[in-house]
Write a protein that binds this ligand. Sequence first.
Ligand code: MG
Length: 370
Amino acid sequence: MKLDRVVLRHLQMEQKSPFSTSYGTFKTKDFILVEAIDEDGVSGWGEGVAFNVPWYTEETVKTSWHMLEDFLLPLSFESPFEHPDDLNKRFSFIRKNNMAKAAIEGAVWDLYAKRKGISLSRALGGEKKTIEVGVAIGIQKTTDELLRIIDKYVAEGYRRMKVKIKPGLDVKLIASIRKHFPTLPLMADANSAYSLADIDLLKELDQYNLMMIEQPLGSDDIIDHAELQSQIQTPICLDESILSVEDTRKALALGSCKVVNVKIGRVGGLSEAVKIHDLCKAQGVPIWCGGMLEAGVGRAHNIAITSLDNFTLPGDTAGSSHYWERDIIDPEVVVKDGLITVPDGPGIGYEVNRRMVDYYTVETKTYRGR
Ligand code: MG
C-alpha cells in the first residue's frame, strides 16, 4: 500500500444532549477525521477520539493534530507497506499518543480492507453478523430523570445500561435504579473517582448485582485495583489503565480486573485491539468495546472490532440518533432490538457523507507523500 495523500479535517458536531461524567459536561464534540488516499484514489477513513480537554487521557484534538502532522503522517508516507500492522510497528518508537496513532491507522485499515474488497470486520478476523449493544448514560440532574431515560432505552431494546457514578452519587443512585429495574443488566463507571479509602462504600455496591464496576480507582493504577478486586465480588473492568496488550497482560496477572474495556483509540489502534482481544480470549476474560461519543466513522470501526468473538459483553456503541441530529455516514448506525447488523460491504461498510463532513468541518489540511 502506498499513500498518495492524507486529508486531516477538524470537525465540530453539536451533541443532541450534553454528556456529563465525573470530570465535567460536554455539549460539542470536536474531533479529527482522517482520510487516507492511496495512489489509485481509494479513500480510507479514520476518526480521532481525543477530546478538546485532556480529561480522559493526556491527548487533545490539538496534540493529535501535532502528532499526525509532525510525526505520524511523515512516517506513513516514508515507504509503501503491506499491512496496517506494519504501520503500527513503524509508530512504536513514539511513546503513547495512542489516539493520534489510532486515527491514521484506522484510516489505513479501512483502505486495506477496501483494496482487498472485504469488510473491515472480516479483515480483522470478525465473524459475528450482529453485535449486542448497550448504552452509556451520563450523570443526570436528578435520579428521576435518570430513571426516565433508562426506561426509554429499555423500551428501545438496549441490552445493557451503564451509568456514571462519583462520590456522593453512587450507592443511593444504584439502589434506586435496582428498586425500579431489579433484573436490568446494569453496570457503573466511576472514571477513577475513588481511592482505596472508599473500600467500604465500594463493598456496599456488591449487593446490587452489577455486571461490573468500571475503573473505580486511579487512571494509571493496577495495584490498588488488584487489592480492591480481592475484597469485592463485583467484577472490576479496567478502562483508563489499559493502554496496550502489555498493560492487559500485567493487569490480568495481578488480578486487577475480571473484564476489559477495549477502546481502539486508547490502545493505539485496531492492530493492538486485536492483540488484546486474542490475549483475553486465551485467558477466558470477557471484553467489550467502549465508546468515546464517536461520530459515524469511529462508530463503524467500533462495530467492526466488536464482531470478533471474544467481545462477549454488549458495548457502548449506541445508534447514531442517540448522539447526533445528522451523522456523517450513510446509512446511519441503527440499533434494532439492542442489535446492530455488522455491515458486509468493503471497508467500514458505510458511505461517508461528504456534504455532512463539509458542513461540520472547521479546518482542513492536505498532506502529500513524496
Ligand atoms: Mg469508562
